[in-house]
Design a protein around this ligand. Structure first.
Ligand SMILES: Cc1cc2nc3c(=O)[nH]c(=O)nc-3n(C[C@H](O)[C@H](O)[C@H](O)COP(=O)(O)OP(=O)(O)OC[C@H]3O[C@@H](n4cnc5c(N)ncnc54)[C@H](O)[C@@H]3O)c2cc1C
Length: 569
């Protein structure tokens, strides 16, 4: 089955693009319209698109084209089902276009800048790495060794952003419409809206719900995978009128802001605080309580002090009173805003001027104007669709939901993808795959990285619910990386650690926190152990290559083994 009736015309680069195409690209939050963004859009949002003729009935119709939607519709097709996916804006969703992919591209450059600065900061008497720079003369004959004080790391921000756009475009085809066609699932462009418990209308761009020419889809099973969007508070005077930035517009910046104020102190806030501080922006993070409010205290302290050393300012107990727009952006200049606030560090109210006000206060589920009432699908207006342990709507058994639009699950790309696999199995193959069986690692890609691991909680009726406080009694095993040979040899991870907790008196692992330059890689071992009930002793007996940071994970296991050693009297 292919959507062979679809056809498209290509996006064009500015200045060859029409004004209406430029307006559309901006409204999709993809800007500038350069060769890389043209390649991206030609994959994930066809400019003109003939939707395929709907089949009489689908085994699976998926609303949304992010990680959750792509995996559900494609895996269903690969397993023989008649499936289709509805994409209202950009296939690839947040992860490809305005999340994981662009943010990690920036973090790579930021890290390189910090490393280069370390080298440049070396003095002849204090040259830890034995590296310094020299400048050759123009004909590259005798090199002139410069005085180290003359060297500076020069950051070309437009080039950094161009690299990000290039790499994003390189990754895009895997999420693009043609790839879906080749895997046998149809793609509809438009907004998916339920019109009954078993029908969905694709509201094509520029048309209204109920327009006769909109495709109407009948389904046996449907998946809601509509993702989420950044929270924009409505109780801060002046904010709504201000030219604030969210993750949707951040990656379109073409000029480096001199000053950035970040509202929020979670993962997105801290990753971007570190990146932009490395690029040379004066960054202030405004936190209400403390960093990573639901995270590990010790990890929060290590990360805060690392970022502070790199120049990020933190204000705590913040209450924002008002945002004033001093000037709007022009073709040549970023906007200018002033944020007035009170905080624990100052007795009086203060004002911070900034060219970029980044809102990173968390995310809310996309559940509005989806016709959920017509479909009989229960939801919470900000948390999302209510599902049971099988990722199935608690109120309409033929509808499932995956990813960021679901209440009380981890909002991560790999979570959306895994839920999609659960749903295909449960919806189409009478599976009984439970969300509560998933072990989900989560990583913040600051340097050092911060990795944790968790499980989905269900109540006595098998419905997914918010985590309850863990009242289990626990034993903790902790290995500090300052004693790890690889960390010593790399001059890294001086304050990093691995902390594994087990059910009291046993080796059953129930949680783990890792702070380390490689925490994201190291947590995968713990995830495997937890998923397959390999206790901490098994982790300790698993031989690790020397010298690796992962030996610190084994170190926790060895502590567990040693605590039970037989000893001679
Ligand atoms: C800055 C940032 C960095 C991040 N970094 C990471 C990371 O490093 N690792 C990680 O695991 N996660 C990361 N995340 C989180 C990750 O991006 C999300 O968890 C993931 O994209 C969720 O996928 P999804 O499919 O559930 O939703 P989305 O990606 O939001 O996709 C939903 C799609 O549905 C479409 N849609 C909505 N309504 C309709 C409708 N009615 N009809 C048709 N289509 C519709 C939307 O346009 C969108 O394309 C990051 C997020 C941000 C903001």
């Amino acid at each position: 089955m292919t959507s062979s009736s679809s056809s498209s015309s290509q996006w064009k680069e500015s200045p060859n693009a029409s004004t209406s195409d430029e307006t559309l690209a901006k409204s999709l939050s993809i800007w500038p319209l350069d060769a890389y963004n043209v390649d991206l859009l030609n994959e994930v949002r066809h400019k003109e698109y003939d939707n395929p003729t709907p089949l009489e009935i689908y085994d699976l119709v998926v609303i949304g084209a992010g990680a959750g939607g792509l995996v559900s519709s494609r895996q269903a097709a690969r397993r023989g089902a008649k499936s289709c996916m509805i994409s209202s804006e950009l296939a690839g969703g947040d992860c490809l276009n305005a999340g994981c992919v662009p943010s990690k591209a920036l973090l790579r450059c930021a890290k390189l800048i910090r490393e280069a600065k370390k080298v440049v900061a070396n003095t002849p008497n204090n040259n830890e790495y034995g590296i310094s720079f020299r400048i050759s003369n123009n004909n590259y004959s005798e090199p002139i060794i410069t005085d180290h004080h003359q060297l500076e790391v020069n950051v070309d921000f437009p080039k950094i952003m161009e690299r990000m756009r290039k790499l994003r475009a390189q990754i895009a085809p895997i999420d693009g419409h043609s790839r879906g066609d080749s895997l046998g699932t149809q793609t509809f462009q438009g907004k998916g809206v339920f019109t009954s418990p078993s029908t969905i209308e694709v509201v094509e761009h520029g048309k209204k719900l109920g327009d006769e020419s909109n495709p109407k889809l009948n389904f046996r099973k449907a998946v809601i995978a509509t993702g989420g969007r950044p929270i924009v508070p409505d109780n801060i005077p002046g904010l709504n009128e201000a030219p604030y930035t969210t993750n949707l517009s951040l990656f379109n910046l073409q000029q480096l802001p001199k000053r950035m104020v970040i509202l929020g102190a979670g993962v997105v806030a801290l990753e971007m605080a570190q990146a932009f501080a490395s690029f040379g922006t004066e960054v202030t993070v405004l936190q209400r309580s403390r960093l990573l409010s639901k995270g590990d205290d010790e990890a929060a302290m290590v990360i805060q002090s690392t970022l502070q050393d790199e120049g990020v300012k933190f204000l705590s107990g913040v209450s924002v009173h008002e945002v004033t727009t001093i000037s709007q952006a022009t073709d040549d200049n970023l906007p200018l805003m002033s944020v007035s606030l009170s905080c624990a560090e100052h007795t009086e109210s203060i004002s911070l001027d900034c060219e970029c006000l980044l809102l990173a206060l968390g995310r809310t589920a996309n559940v509005e104007s989806l016709g959920l009432e017509s479909a009989g699908v229960d939801f919470h207006h900000s948390k999302g669709i209510l599902v049971n342990d099988f990722s199935q709507s608690v109120s309409n058994p033929n509808v499932y939901a995956v990813g960021d639009c679901v209440a009380d699950v981890f909002r991560l790309t790999h979570m959306s993808g895994e839920m999609a696999k659960v749903v295909v199995q449960n919806a189409l193959f009478k599976g009984q795959w439970r969300l509560s069986s998933l072990v989900v690692p989560a990583v913040m890609y600051t340097d050092p990285e911060y990795a944790t691991i968790g499980k989905i909680n269900v109540d006595e009726n098998d419905n997914v619910v918010s985590p309850i406080e863990n009242k289990e009694e626990l034993d903790f095993y902790k290995a500090e990386l300052q004693h790890n040979d690889r960390a010593i040899l790399d001059s890294s991870d001086k304050t990093s650690f691995v902390k594994i907790c087990c059910k009291k008196g046993t080796g059953t692992i129930v949680g783990c926190t890792i702070v380390s330059t490689r925490a994201g890689e190291m947590i995968n071992e713990v995830s495997l152990a937890m998923k397959h009930n390999i206790g901490l002793e098994g982790v300790g007996r698993n031989i690790h290559s020397y010298p690796t940071l992962g030996e610190a994970v084994m170190g926790c296991g060895i502590q567990f083994i040693n605590s039970r050693w037989e000893t001679m009297n």
